[in-house]
Ligand binder design. Structure first.
Ligand code: SF4
Length: 271
């Protein structure tokens, strides 16, 4: 099921008149099936790595992942009208990071370097470090640090990285603001409850969806295999040969119909 942020972004897209005059600035959601549906409606789109260019439509749609004020100004200065679907919980991360920087703290963002949400967070900061895992943490030459998370970080990973930051910077004044969004937290907790009951988990979602990958990572950290699929067609019956029970979960940008199709295909394999 979609999280509310994705649902609102899609709802706004579906209510947009004259989609041919709109370029989506990246992937509206990390779901290939939805992206095809948007293209069929007439939306143009810019691939995420190509966002440094300018769309050739008069309007541009900002995705749920958000953008920096710097990027917003660049687009508006070029005469583009913005349709903004930024999730309010991503805005909250921007505000938290900016407030920490305003306090004179060096900001450390727990997230994936290069992810569009992370780019939007750090681009407005005077300086920032982005760490995807405890191995990327270093001793920072700053007396005061401020730590925030990409909204779709798993609580387990955030805790692990925070502990590494504290261990590597024992003399620093460190403030951690937990900016993990509730839908991500809810899914992680649900999978945590599921894991003791199953031999492995099928995770349905886009391959470049961070929260989908974090669900798979949670399973693997618990010693259970996770099979990441984008559709029922990706399932391989051989995966389940030694399984008595298989769990099913999905990322926040997965269509209900895709989850149902995967569920039905799994039941057919079991039969
Ligand atoms: S995953 Fe969280 S931050 Fe991202 S769109 Fe959904 S609710 Fe918003």
């Amino acid at each position: 099921m979609f999280c509310f942020g994705v649902r609102e972004a899609l709802s706004l897209a579906l209510r947009t008149h004259d989609p041919q005059s709109v370029t989506v600035h990246g992937e509206l959601v990390h779901n290939p099936r939805v992206l095809v549906q948007l293209a069929l409606r007439g939306f143009q789109s810019t691939a995420e790595p190509d966002r440094a260019g300018l769309p050739n439509t008069p309007r541009v749609m900002i995705t749920a992942h958000g953008i920096s004020d710097r990027e917003r100004n660049r687009l508006e200065s070029a005469g583009l009208r913005l349709i903004d679907t930024t999730c309010p919980l991503v805005r909250r991360v921007h505000r938290a990071a900016q407030a920490l920087a305003d306090e004179g703290r060096h900001v450390v963002v727990i997230g994936r370097p290069g992810h569009v949400e992370v780019a939007g967070i750090v681009e407005d900061l005077p300086e920032a470090d982005v760490v995807a895992g405890p191995e990327a943490v270093r001793t920072y030459p700053h007396a005061r640090l401020g730590v925030v998370c990409q909204s779709t970080t798993s609580p387990r990973l955030a805790a692990c990285i925070c502990a590494a930051i504290r261990a590597a910077n024992p003399g620093a004044d460190i403030e951690f603001v937990d900016t993990i969004c509730q839908p991500t937290r809810d899914r992680q907790e649900a999978v945590g409850r599921l894991l003791p009951q199953v031999d492995g988990v099928v995770v349905v979602g886009g391959r470049n969806s961070n929260n989908t990958r974090e669900l798979a990572a949670l399973c693997e950290a618990a010693g259970k295999p996770a099979w990441l699929v984008q559709s029922a067609g990706d399932l391989d019956p051989r995966w389940f040969r030694n399984c008595r029970a298989v769990g099913l979960t999905a990322g926040t940008s997965t269509l209900d119909e895709t989850i149902q199709e995967v569920h039905q295909a799994l039941l057919a394999i079991e039969a």
